[in-house]
Design a protein around this ligand. Structure first.
Ligand code: MN
Length: 233
């Protein structure tokens, strides 16, 4: 499948699964040139078409003289691609269930079931005040803030952003989308479980082995979710 078309599908799936709404964005590294990434112009994810896709350098500059308005927070993507050669796709979103895990001291997002075993970590939290000081607007609006976020992400598959949302990465669009969907599901389930009592999380070993098993199943979810959005478009 054409990379632009795959990116359109990713946008629509993330909307259908409640990961993005009017806000949030997903990008893919250009397989023809790893120093570029593809990301839609500033538009609600559910409305993205192949014609809306723009190409960017890793510093967030639009390529090819494209003067359309980009997403303000495109630096999230470029900064991560620069320091994580293993990453092929990035999802940034504000899905609601993960937000509490970025704002409550002493509570970390951890895998409660096998579909979210990639959350083995626990998931780090990006504190924008550490990078931008107290006088900030919560947004990753330049390259230095993008670099600070990428540093918080480290080698992890996801980083929570305190008072804002989260960013999830994968080797491919299907993997990044799968992770963003199941991170939100895990957050919902974890909050529910914590209200009921003491939670048994997946051990590191269980999470590692489960992630390896899931890697071969991501295509199944992608196929199902793709069909759902293709029928409705
Ligand atoms: Mn945001």
């Amino acid at each position: 499948m054409d990379l632009n078309e795959e990116l359109v599908l990713a946008n629509r799936i993330l909307y259908e699964r409640g990961v993005v709404d009017g806000f949030g964005h997903v990008s893919v590294r250009d397989v023809r040139d790893p120093e570029r990434f593809l990301l839609a112009r500033n538009i609600a994810p559910a409305l993205v078409t192949a014609q809306d896709v723009m190409a960017f350098a890793l510093d967030g500059a639009a390529l090819g003289g494209d003067s359309r308005t980009p997403y303000l927070e495109r630096f999230i993507h470029g900064s991560i691609y620069r320091v994580r050669p293993d990453v092929g796709a990035v999802v940034h979103n504000h899905s609601p269930a993960v937000i509490p895990f970025g704002v409550v001291a002493g509570v970390t997002l951890r895998p409660v079931f096998h579909m979210s075993s990639f959350l083995r970590g626990p998931v780090p939290v990006f504190e924008i005040r550490d990078a931008a000081g107290p006088d900030n607007d919560m947004l990753v609006r330049d390259e230095s803030l993008g670099d600070a976020l990428a540093a918080s992400l480290g080698d992890n598959p996801m980083v929570l952003m305190r008072g804002h949302g989260s960013t999830t990465v994968g080797r491919s669009l299907p993997e990044a989308v799968f992770r963003a969907v199941y991170a939100e599901v895990n957050a919902r389930l974890q909050a529910e479980a914590m209200r009921m009592g003491e939670v048994t999380f997946l051990s590191d070993k269980e999470a590692l082995r489960s992630s390896a098993a899931n890697a071969g199943q991501i295509a199944r979810a992608w196929e199902l979710w793709s069909r759902a959005v293709s029928v409705s478009s």
